[in-house]
Design a protein around this ligand. Structure first.
Ligand code: PMP
Length: 345
């Protein structure tokens, strides 16, 4: 791994974003338009864009801290949770250190690892689920960071509370665990643990969150991290490009935190559509693991290209991985109907 950044970056495949489509179910976005109160806050903030934003995002940081009942020093705001994840790797790893995460998981993990210069140790999923025992077994004296994507992108699966807590207890204190809860708001199984309770009393854990999914602000690039280890928020402050979180993004995030009740109703609509999609796909004979996110995974194997063709024929894009499977975002009820009829062929 001890290559120069120039060579590592030249060798990288580019991140392939979900393609525009008539019905885009490829990027796990929120299908609902922005709330009127959020548009109003954005409009007000637009009147201030001749000034640089508050680079410390002080007001938002305080609101996030209040949401979790933690001191603001435990929170850092950043330009999307992926960027924050990269900043944490920059601050806590040396070139050639190892990072462990499950695979298949979020496609950006290997890209970010390569950019930073850490060696990615990908531990295969077990029955579509993060295999925490195998991840523990993969820890070496070079391991510095572990990512647990919970719920996992693209399979939607989430590990149960007891297992995750036992895992966190077992990880050596010098290894930092990043719990990536980009989709945490969509969890409705009480057996699954999420939120700051998981990281309470742990210096070697942090919770990575985004406003891109349940909060519907994907285009604004804003997320945050919470950790009792104050070095984490401080290091995100140090590694941030100044002014990378816009005034508009901060205002929209604050307005969204004030509208959590409305957003929760939308999340509930998505989770009930998720159940419908899962049930109907299974009835059609497809293997679909239980999802706790705003998308479902179809374990379609060699049938994947045919499924992609059927969806493409009616203008629907999902996220297919070769002959492995396809991830489809839960859309509006109409979009989901169209999707189901396309699957039926
Ligand atoms: N983590 C996971 C698991 C994701 O799927 C995504 C987005 N696809 C992100 C992080 C990135 O979120 P953000 O928009 O906040 O960078």
């Amino acid at each position: 791994m001890n290559t120069h950044p120039i060579d590592r970056i030249a060798a990288l495949p580019a991140y392939v974003p979900g393609k525009p489509a008539k019905v885009k179910l490829a990027s796990n976005e929120n299908p609902f338009p922005p709330l009127p109160s959020v548009i109003e806050a954005i409009t007000v903030a637009a009147g201030e864009i001749n000034r640089y934003p508050d680079t410390a995002s002080l007001e938002l940081r305080e609101q996030v801290a209040r949401k979790y009942d933690v001191p603001p020093e435990q929170v850092a705001i950043g330009a999307g949770s992926l960027t924050i994840g990269e900043q944490i790797l920059q601050a806590f790893t040396h070139e050639g250190d190892e990072i462990v995460y499950g695979w298949r998981s979020f496609e950006a993990y290997p890209l970010v690892s390569a950019v930073v210069g850490v060696r990615a140790i990908q531990v295969p999923l077990r029955e579509h689920m993060y295999d925490l025992d195998a991840m523990l077994a993969a820890i070496t004296d070079r391991t510095r960071v572990i990512i647990v994507c919970n719920p996992n992108n693209p399979t939607g699966t989430a590990v149960q509370r007891d297992r995750l807590v036992a895992f966190l207890d077992a990880v050596p204190s010098e290894v930092l665990v990043i719990i990536d809860e980009a989709y945490g708001e969509y969890i409705d199984d009480p057996q699954i643990a999420s939120g700051v309770d998981l990281i309470k009393g742990r210096q070697n854990a942090c919770l990575l969150k985004t406003f891109s999914k349940a909060y519907g602000l994907a285009a604004l690039r804003i997320g945050y991290v919470v950790s009792e280890n104050l070095d984490i928020a401080a290091s995100v402050g140090k590694t941030a490009m100044p002014f990378s979180v816009s005034t508009i993004a901060q205002a929209a995030a604050i307005a969204s935190l004030h509208a959590e009740g409305e957003l929760r109703d939308r999340v509930a609509q998505t989770t009930s559509e998720r159940v419908r999609l899962t049930t109907e796909l299974r009835a059609l004979g497809w293997t679909v693991p239980d999802s706790q996110a705003n998308f479902v995974w179809i374990d379609s194997g060699t049938d994947t290209p045919e499924l992609v063709r059927r969806l493409g024929a009616v203008g629907i894009s999902g996220r297919a991985f070769g002959e492995e499977g396809i991830r489809v975002t839960v859309g509006t009820p109409d979009e989901n109907d169209l999707f189901l009829s396309a699957v039926r062929g």
